[in-house]
Write a protein that binds this ligand. Sequence first.
Ligand code: ADP
Ligand code: MG
Length: 260
Amino acid sequence: MSFLTLENVSHHYFTKKSLTKALDDISFSLNEGEFLSLVGPSGCGKSTILSIISGIMAQTQGKVLLNGKPVNEFNDAIGYMLQQDYLFPWKTIIDNILLGPKIQNDITPDIRQKASEFLAEVGLVNVEEAYPESLSGGMRQRAALVRTLVSDPKVLLLDEPFSALDYQTKLNLEDLVHKLLRQYHKTAVLVTHDIGEAISMSDRILVMEAKPGRILKTFEVPLELRNEVPFLVRRHPKYQPLFDKVWAALNGQHVKHGTG
Ligand code: ADP
Ligand code: MG
């Protein structure tokens, strides 16, 4: 059964001066444990889709169902990871990680133990009492990942989480996030500008177009690629043909608009 479903979702932003149709008739569904990527030009509504799935914003039209129920704003089944890590500089790494459970009044020895285990798993040792400023960008993003995982969300929303990192760090983190999300059978939606990242991490890719934001094309990633570590996907014989198709779909948009 489908776990996360968007049914004919449209969204308008109203301001005093303007009305923007950000999303037009978006439908897709994911099974539990599936990994979807959204690619498309800036302004095509990728972040809007994530905000609507998370429940922090209500769509103008259509339905969003998680496990058969409409999402609402108090939804701890959803975890977010963004380009910026949003770690509080005045809190230690462990206090940052346990902030969610603390707000929920839910810091048990069990959760603390889980936090330590996740930290070890992402390769962060001896940093629990450190402050974010003493960590590199990649380490901070690992800490942010642990903070997200520790509340055990069912769905992870990843909005360009690697785009501020240097290339080497980004590739390493792709492998790590891919491994952890598979291991814990998390459902994920990733927004990225990097076609290679989309192919190497996901089961399916939606290419979107802007004004209004629509799904232009859907690509299933071949099974052989899905079961591979992201780093190795990029040298698999089935990688380049898919890259070219996604590229053509994205680029067709420029050609169509006369700029390509
Ligand atoms: P993306 O993440 O793909 O770059 P967004 O979801 O951020 O796209 O934005 C989609 C469209 O909605 C854009 O045209 C953007 O300008 C508009 N938009 C986004 N947020 C707001 C807002 N809070 N108020 C008005 N318009 C917005
Ligand atoms: Mg965005």
